[in-house]
Design a protein around this ligand. Structure first.
Ligand code: C5P
Length: 211
């Protein structure tokens, strides 16, 4: 039987990364956070003084190294924005396709991203689409970023995070190349009222039903 592939897609800050990592550990599979590929290209373009809105990151994408993905400065707001711009570039996406498929070739993998179930692995064994309202996702991201629950400007700051998430989702969903979209054969998990543990057990139930 060929190596199992599990696709975990969804909008920004839905908890895909946490789920994919825990799912991979539970199943003994390698995990790839594919957002890191676009983030690393965005980061390297910023470092080189290149504007991702007007310059192609293709050559950077083609020469991406594993060390580039290990950098600690890939989750800043400027890289969020750069990655989303980089991700519109068809040549960049093409450069990263083989890398993602090769990653899963030997042992299979859990991959999280936006187009894993639609473009990268349309024949994935399991496709999960993880989502929550923008407000829920903004609250989680605020807390994750060390925001205080008693800060007087908490609500205002969550609304600002929410606005940035909505803009990024809109850009990711409306681009021409591999837009964020749920695959027709994916299972959607709405996580607004679920804990991370509950999302994991629900996902494992779905995986075990087919594998
Ligand atoms: O998942 P994450 O928020 O780290 O992804 C950063 C950006 O990379 C996304 O906003 C999206 O534009 C892009 N991306 C993508 N396809 C993927 C993963 C991420 O276009 N499979």
């Amino acid at each position: 039987k060929p190596a199992p592939v599990i696709a975990v897609d969804g909008p920004a800050a839905a908890g895909k990364g946490t789920l994919a990592k825990r799912l991979a550990a539970a199943l003994g599979l390698p995990h790839l956070d594919t957002g890191l590929l676009y983030r690393a290209v965005g980061r390297l373009m910023i470092d080189a003084g290149l504007d991702p809105a007007s310059t192609s990151g293709e050559s950077i994408a083609r020469t991406l190294s594993p060390d580039d993905l290990k950098r600690q400065d890939l989750r800043t707001p400027d890289v969020d924005a750069a990655a989303s711009l980089v991700a519109r570039d068809k040549a960049v996406r093409q450069a990263l396709v083989d890398m993602q498929r090769l990653f899963a070739r030997e042992q299979g993998a859990v991959l999280d991203g936006r187009d894993i179930g639609t473009v990268i692995f349309p024949d994935a064994d399991v496709k999960l689409f993880i989502t929550a309202t923008p407000y829920t996702r903004a609250q989680r991201r605020y807390t994750q970023n060390g925001g205080s629950e008693s800060a007087p400007d908490r609500e205002e700051r969550i609304r600002a995070v929410e606005q940035a998430l909505i803009e990024r989702d809109h850009a990711d969903s409306t681009r021409a190349s591999a837009p964020l979209r749920m695959a027709d054969d994916a299972t959607k998990i709405e996580t607004d009222t679920l804990s991370a543990d509950e999302v994991l057990s629900e996902s494992l139930r779905i995986v075990r039903a087919v594998m």
